[in-house]
Design a protein around this ligand. Structure first.
Ligand code: HPA
Length: 413
């Protein structure tokens, strides 16, 4: 395992620094962020506390300020936009200087807020936009999250990490320190008569891995076996009911483009080409206990968890290729024409699972990491299940090491 050279910037107020306009009279120390910073430091990461407002030359304490259109105005009416822009540039410089790709910024503030900031009326009302620094870091390609996401994703016994194991990853189940086993037949909606395909065991393992609480599902059922989208997603609803907020979905896939078999793929997005959707009926919506099935699927795969996967892969010396996973019904492998079509559609990997589970997980508000073991070139006449399983087994260890690295970084209470 090589020395870690990863880096992160974190709003210093989240680590307890008095840098807010009120001088820190309201403590904003976020324990989940402080724990994350400690853990990453002890794993060799460079952790840089940043405060764009103080870096921009603003005093502490200072009068409250809010975004007003493209400007930032204090409650006394002073225009402090220039200071906020300077602070944003300084934060960008710091992030670049230490080689960070990930920034954890304080929510709602006119510099650091992500997606919503105070609206300039000083009434506590919010408007849907980013703070000045968050906007700049996003534009420059950083992964920018707030303390609420860090808190949400921090694993604990109440909120273990769910891991669904596809072909080749069975060995991960053996590494878990089990505290409880749940037969799949106890999972609501899981087909009672299903028998695991070779290399799968239908027993949920609740326990810990790398000291992190986990719930591991060693095997799944597939649409190509004749099961419904509701049945194939029962594991995800089960994990959610157990309290899991992070979910790792793994699978085997064929390479649509130039990716070499034996590669571990980080799924950054998906194409659901199965012809079904796990939310496409009143029964499915009721099973997921969601109000509306009209879920935005943009950004379904967690950019936060992806950063930890990149770091874990680098530490483990595993080449991680990023791409789009196309989920097809199967069970036949693709024709050459289908692979050409998939390439035009923007797919990098093609498989027969995962996409319905991903839709359900996202609808349930879970943070999702998708990893795929590329077992073969898609569309070749020699493609066969036996070879796919053999290559999945050969590459499984690399994928396991990525997952374990993610867990070490995520840590937990
Ligand atoms: N196509 C579809 N699913 C797969 C493949 C493939 O080539 N390889 C592994 N799962």
């Amino acid at each position: 395992m090589g020395a870690s050279t990863h880096a992160i910037v974190i709003s210093s107020c989240l680590l307890g620094a008095s840098c807010r306009y009120d001088g820190g009279s309201k403590p904003v120390l976020e324990l989940a962020c402080a724990r994350l910073a400690d853990r990453l430091s002890s794993c060799g990461w460079t952790v840089a506390p940043v405060c764009p407002e103080m870096d921009g030359g603003l005093a502490c304490p200072r009068p409250p300020a809010e975004r007003w259109g493209d400007r930032v105005i204090t409650i006394e009416g002073a225009d402090v936009t220039a200071a906020y822009r300077t602070g944003a540039l300084r934060t960008l410089d710091t992030a670049r200087a230490i080689g960070a790709y990930l920034a954890i910024l304080k929510s709602r503030s006119p510099s650091c807020g992500i997606g919503s900031v105070y609206d300039g009326t000083f009434s506590g009302a919010l408007t849907r936009r980013d703070g000045v620094t968050a906007e700049l870091l996003k534009r420059e390609g950083f992964t920018v999250v707030d303390e609420k996401l860090v808190r949400f994703c921090e694993p604990s016994f109440e909120h273990p990490v769910a891991i669904v194991l596809g072909s080749g990853l069975g060995a991960l189940a053996d590494k878990v320190r089990p505290v409880r086993r749940i037969p799949y037949e106890d999972i609501e909606g899981f087909p009672a008569e299903a028998i695991p395909v070779e290399g799968h065991r239908f027993e949920v393992i609740v326990g810990s891995l790398e000291g992190v609480p986990v719930v591991v599902y060693p095997g799944r059922v597939h649409l190509y076996q004749g099961y419904s989208a509701l049945e194939v997603t029962s594991l995800v609803r089960h994990a959610h009911r157990l309290g899991c907020r992070d979910i790792v979905l793994t699978c085997a896939s064929g390479a649509v483009g130039d990716i070499e078999p034996g590669t571990v793929g980080l799924i950054t997005d998906q194409l659901n080409l199965t012809g079904v959707n796990p939310l496409a009926s009143a029964e499915c919506v009721a099973a997921a206990e969601i109000d509306s099935p009209f879920i935005a699927m943009a950004d379904a795969y967690s950019s936060y968890l992806a950063e930890f996967a990149r770091a874990a892969a680098a530490d483990a010396g595993v080449k991680l290729v990023e791409g789009v996973y196309a989920g097809l019904l199967g069970p036949t492998y693709e024709t050459a024409a289908e692979v050409r079509a998939l390439k035009i559609l923007g797919a990098d990997y093609v498989g027969m699972s995962t996409v319905c589970e991903a839709i359900t997980a996202h609808a349930l508000g879970m943070e999702m990491l998708g990893l795929t073991i590329v077992t073969n070139k898609a569309g070749l006449s020699g493609n066969a299940h036996g070879e796919v399983l053999a290559m999945a087994d050969d590459t499984g260890e690399a994928a396991c090491s990525v997952i374990m690295g993610v867990l070490r970084n995520l840590g937990g209470k």
